[in-house]
Design a protein around this ligand. Structure first.
Ligand code: E4P
Length: 218
């Protein structure tokens, strides 16, 4: 399972990269705004900085909602760096843009996916990734992980090569659940990833090993 970090914060990206387990980054306009990155040129420069840190795919989202706008933005974003994947929302114009961009060799991450039907359209249009949003479904008492499983099963059944990129991860358990249902990729903020390290018996065991060593070796 690939690990992407879901942030535009360069320190968090560097920390995850330094761990040696990072396979990519996803961003969205809200995450860019959270870092105070504004203006087309600054946003593009920020994407380039992220690409310089990480040796993996970096999703950069369009803000247009019409076909021509999405294609133009997508081509501009893809030209910034070979590892940029253009993030396109699953709307009618978006499906057309996914088809157009993928036929031109530009990889697409189809975002804001909340149903298996949306994922199916994205895969048929040629998306490299589809991003079902787990946390936002759980927030409205729906089953986020259940959706990831439905999409994984559907893609396996029909042999789609589109990767299931589980997004909107809120906590460490979500990552474990994604592993259990066979998601290809998870994208998560840094803390849920670091949460995978934690167990009280690890801490207690390490403390005892070090204390026993010190007793004998001083
Ligand atoms: C996915 O690519 C999105 O950037 C992200 O996972 C959304 O997460 P949120 O629901 O926590 O905003």
């Amino acid at each position: 399972m690939k690990f992407f970090i879901d942030t535009a914060n360069l320190d968090d990206i560097r920390e995850a990269q330094a761990l040696g387990i990072l396979d990519g980054v996803t961003t969205n306009p809200s995450l860019m705004a959270r870092e105070g990155i504004k203006g087309e040129k600054n946003i593009q420069e920020h994407y380039k900085k992220i690409c310089d840190i990480v040796d993996g795919d970096v999703s950069a989202e369009v803000i247009s909602t019409d076909f021509e706008g999405m294609v133009k933005e997508g081509e501009t974003l893809a030209a910034l760096h070979p590892r940029i994947v253009v993030k396109i929302p699953i709307i009618k114009e978006g499906v057309k843009a996914i088809k157009y961009l993928t036929e031109k060799g530009i990889r697409v991450n189809c975002t804001l996916v909340f149903t298996p039907g949306q994922a199916l359209l994205a895969a048929k249009a040629g998306a490299s990734y589809v991003s079902p949003f787990i946390g936002r479904l759980d927030d409205i008492s729906e089953d986020g992980i259940g959706l990831v499983k439905q999409i994984v099963d559907m893609f396996n059944y029909y042999g789609y090569e589109t990767e299931v990129l589980a997004a909107s991860i809120r906590h460490t358990r979500h990552i474990i659940q994604c592993m259990e249902v066979g998601a290809d990729v998870i994208t998560s903020p840094l803390q849920p990833i670091l949460g995978l390290l934690k167990h009280p018996l690890t801490d207690a065991g390490l403390e005892k090993f070090l204390a026993d060593y010190k007793k004998v070796n001083g």
